[in-house]
Design a protein around this ligand. Sequence first.
Ligand SMILES: [Zn+2]
Length: 240
Amino acid sequence: MATSRPPGVPAFDAPELDAVKRLLVTGCHVLDREDITDGYGHLSVRVPGADAMLTIARVSPRLAALDRLIMLDLDGNYLGGATTPPFEWPIHARIMRARPDVQAVAHTHSQWTQLFSVLSTKLRPLIHYGTWMPAEGLPVYDDVGLVRTIEQGDALAAALGDQPAVLLRSHGDAVVGGSVEEAVQKTIRLTKVAEHTHLTLLHDPTPRYLTAEEMAAFETGGRDWARGWNYYVSRLDGAD
Ligand SMILES: [Zn+2]
C-alpha cells in the first residue's frame, strides 16, 4: 500500500515510536483485562507532535500486538503498519483533528455507557471517580450506527466539544486524554461511575450528585495517572 508521510511524521518502524507503540498495546490489554472491551473497541494515540495517529488494526483489543498496529493521518490516509484500519477509525482521527490537546482516544462498547446513552437521565458525576466529568453531565452523540466516515467523525467531535468524553447513543463511548494512561483510566472510571449511578438510581431517582464546587474538594493539584496505571498493568496476564 502506498504511503505518503507528511513532514514531521516518522516512519512506522522508526525506533522513536517504539515506546508509544508499546504503551498503546498495553492500554488495549488493560481495557480488555478490566472487561471494558470485548471483541470490539479500540484505542489510539497521536504520533507525538504530528497530525497522525497509531491505533490497532481490525483486531480485538485483547489481541493487540506491535505487529497489529496501523498508522494513519487524521484524514485516514495510510502511513504504515498493518493494512486494515478499524472500521471506526474516524472516531479517533477526527477528534484528534478537532482537539489538538488530545493525545489519546479510547472507544468502547461498555455496557454501562451503552445504558446511559439511551436514558433520559444524564450521566453525571455522582462519586469522586467522576470528578473529571462536567457537573451538568456528559454530552450524547445522537446519531446511531458506526462512525465510518469523516463527516460522521466530525459530527462526533462536535458533540464531544471541549469535554473529556461523549456517549454514543445505543453504541458506547469515546473518552479522550492527554495520554494513553489518562484515556484508559478515565474509560475505566467512566464505567465505574455509570455502574454506580445505575445502582444508586434503583434506590433513589434523585440522588445527590456532586456540584462543581464539591468536586473541587477532591482536587489533588494535578492528577497522577502513574499510580493507577501501574496497578492496572500489574493485573495483566504475565505481568511481573
Ligand atoms: Zn463502536
